[in-house]
Each structure stands twice: as C-alpha cells, then as structure tokens.
Design a binder for this molecule. Structure first.
Ligand code: TRH
Length: 397
C-alpha cells in the first residue's frame, strides 16, 4: 500500500506557490509511488500551470495527483496521511488542528489510528547562510503529539536541496541536442518561425518594474538583434505604455523597435516553460520556481526576487550571487551583480542602461559558469529524495 502524503498549498501571490507544490506533488507520485493529495486554495492559478485541470471539479486526479480545494472549513480527512507538507507555512485548517489534538493529545501517547502524521513546514528558497542552521529543526506543536519540522530548500548539503526531477537533465540534453531540431519545432509552436542568425534570444518573465521600459530601450539600442519572448501575463500595462510611447501598434506581434523584436506568448503549461528556458540564450526569471528552473537550463539567467519589505529581497539576491559567482572570472563577478542590482532595486533603475552592455559582453563566460553550476548542484541530492529520506528516518524512530 503506497504511503499517503498531503500537500497543503495556500497561494499568496502569483504562480510560484502553486508551481512549487505542483512540481513536488508530481515528482513524489511519479518517482516515489506516493499517493499524493494536493489541497490548494486557488485551483484557477494551478490550472494555468496544468491546463487539463478542471476548475469546476472539487475532486480530480491528474498526473497521478489528487487535487482538492483547500478551505479553512475543510473537514478533517477520514484517515491521517503519513506526511502533511505545510507549504510555505500556510498552516492547517482549524478543524484539522482540533481533530489532531483529539487523536494525538499531549502528554498521553497517540490513540489515533496508526502513527501520527509528520507535519513538515516546507519553507521558501533562500541562499542566505542562516538557512543551514534552520533546516531540519524540530518545532513540535504545543498541543498535539506529533513530529513537526522545518524543511528548507537550498544550495548546499546542509539544506534540503532543490527540486529536480530524476529525468530533468537528460530531457534537457535531448531537447537541446536533438535532431530533428526540437528547439526549432518548439519555437515554431510559439509562432517564432525565423530568427536572425546573430540574434540573442531572451525569455523575459518578470514582475512589473520601472526597469522594464529602460531595459527594452537598451535592447532596442543594441548593436546586434535581440529577440525577446515575453508571456502575455507579464506587465501588460507597462508594455502597452512602452509601445504607445513609440507609436507601435498594440496588436502587432511581433513588436519591432530598433534592434529589438518582442514576441508575446500565452502562458505555457509548466513543462513547456522548461522547454522555453532551454531554447533561449538568456532567461530573465523571478520568484522561486522559474529561478530554479533557469539554473537547471544551464544557461545565463537574471533573477528578479519577489519584492519584500525593507528591501529583504535584495539581501536574497546578493546571497545567491555570492554563492553563484564564487568561482567566476572577475569581469562577470562585477557585471552580473551590477546589472542584477539595477534590475532588482527600483532606486537603481537608471543603471539598467549602462550595466546591460557590460553583462551582454560576459554572456559567453556566463554560459560556462552556468554549466559548471549545474554540475555542482546536480552532485547534491534533490529535494524530493531528501524529503522522503527525512520523513522515513523520523517515522522509524
Ligand atoms: O509567479 P512567481 O512570481 O511566484 C512567486 C514566487 O514563488 C515567490 O517565491 C513567492 O513568494 C510568491 O510567488 C508568492 O514566480 P515563480 O516562483 O517562478 O513561479 C512561476 C511558476 O509559473 C513556475 O512554476 C513556472 C510557471 N510558469 C509556467 O508554467 N508557464 C509560463 O508560461 C511561465 C512564464 C511560468
């Protein structure tokens, strides 16, 4: 009988909460034969990533994952699973907490059916050093007799690792080196039939930012052609304003301005987004999941962290670049942080134009570093494997 796990996902904002949980759910089901139920409070957001989901259904199964709505009034399950993944610390429904207190009271031993579930708080990804001290920390709930631990994704052996499906790297290699040209077929599917031979192909998945028009202007002034692929959902008003400023017809796609050709495309299902990343020369990504996927693409990327108070997101960017650039040549060690700061810090938007050409010059060096980074990171155990081993260890105690 396969182990049963619940993943509880409360979508805070954008797509990443759903993106991470959906990816983890599918990997646990496919690679570990775990019976996974994903409870999510925003099926419509998940459906953007998994178009075969039916937002009218309250209980459905796709890709071997059962998907159910998560509400605060959700009654407790008939049977407790082995593991409850509390994604990003969103918390369990109050009715579940009450039922867990009843079934597994403190201080007396558990009297519920079987063992108490293991409550895992899956945290957001950060490269900051403090993550290593928090990863795996026990945090038993004050009134329920069950194990609860923090589980932190990360970039070192002292963390929970990164989400990486077992076949990801081989699938990427096949796609990038396939014949007939899988990359060309994919781009044609996006409506990109021809590319200037010396064009830089860039994907742009970003939050709306005053730096966006500045970057598009810098690309339009580029000495060589730049073709940018941007999802329809990205900063539509800012793009509209930029087009109007240059009297570019909104309906025209692709949009041409100077050396820049802008293709907008519909939001892709999650696996196709990987193929988009693998097809480009440079990827602009954001948040958490696309940030990790761009790293697995082993190509140059620029990360825009999810904006936080007191500029905490800039600390996250700096911490990651410190790790990522540890062995990089000096020119890239300067060019990437300078551009990343201009791209992430709205007080430095004016530096985008002068830092972009310096980064563009470093792309061949950046490409080599991106390959070396993937080698380093794939040497580490992936998150799903670490998580299943962590839960198995604690269950056996
Ligand atoms: O959408 P995001 O900005 O989500 C953010 C982050 O997760 C952030 O950490 C969190 O704090 C905040 O939400 C609340 O960025 P992210 O994490 O890259 O998630 C985007 C998901 O969308 C990812 O799984 C990739 C997927 N995607 C597609 O499936 N198709 C697409 O066309 C695109 C552009 C993205």
């Amino acid at each position: 009988m396969p182990a049963s796990w619940f993943i509880l996902c409360r979508v805070v904002d954008h797509y990443g909460d759903a993106g991470v949980c959906w990816r983890l759910a599918r990997q646990l089901a496919r690679e570990y034969d775990i019976d996974v139920t994903l409870f999510i409070d925003d099926i419509a957001t998940l459906q953007r990533l998994a178009p075969t989901l039916d937002t009218t259904q309250s209980h459905q199964r796709i890709d071997r994952v059962t998907v159910q709505p998560l509400t605060n009034t959700l009654p407790p399950p008939a049977f407790w699973p082995e593991v409850i993944i509390d994604a990003f610390g969103g918390g369990l429904p109050s009715s579940w907490l009450a039922a867990l207190e009843r079934d597994f009271p403190l201080p007396s031993p558990a009297r519920g059916e079987g063992l108490a579930p293991h409550w895992i708080i899956l945290e957001y990804l950060s490269a900051e050093p403090w993550v290593e001290t928090m990863h795996g920390l026990a945090s038993p709930p004050p009134s329920i007799n069950l194990p609860r631990h923090f589980f932190f994704p990360g970039f070192t052996e002292a963390t929970g690792g990164l989400l990486r499906e077992k076949t990801l790297i081989s699938e990427r290699d096949v796609f990038q080196h396939a014949f007939p040209d899988a990359r060309r077929a994919f781009l044609e599917r996006l409506g990109i039939d021809t590319l200037p031979p010396d064009a830089l192909l860039v994907s742009l998945f970003c939050y709306d930012t005053p730096a966006l028009p500045t970057l598009l202007d810098a690309w339009a002034a580029s000495p060589s052609p730049i073709v940018c692929l941007i999802p329809e959902t990205v900063a539509p008003e800012t793009l509209q304003h930029w087009r109007r400023h240059y009297r570019i017809e909104a309906s025209t796609t692709p949009t041409k301005h100077g050396a820049l050709t802008l293709h907008t495309f519909p939001f892709l299902q999650q696996d196709d987004y990987d193929r988009l990343l693998w097809s480009c020369d440079l990827n602009f990504v954001r948040g958490e999941d696309s940030f990790v996927r761009a790293q697995w693409a082993a190509l140059p990327f620029v990360w825009q962290a999810y904006r936080q108070n007191e500029l905490a997101h800039l600390t996250k960017v700096d911490a990651f670049l410190k790790r990522y650039l540890a062995d990089a040549p000096d020119n890239l060690k300067t060019a990437l942080p300078d551009f990343a700061r201009a791209w992430n810090d709205e007080q430095q938007t004016n530096r985008v134009a002068d830092t972009w050409p310096l980064l563009a010059k470093q792309l061949p060096t950046f490409r080599k570093l991106a390959h070396d980074w993937v080698k380093q990171q794939t040497a580490q155990t992936d998150l799903a494997q670490q998580l299943t081993a962590f839960c198995r260890f604690h269950r056996s105690r």
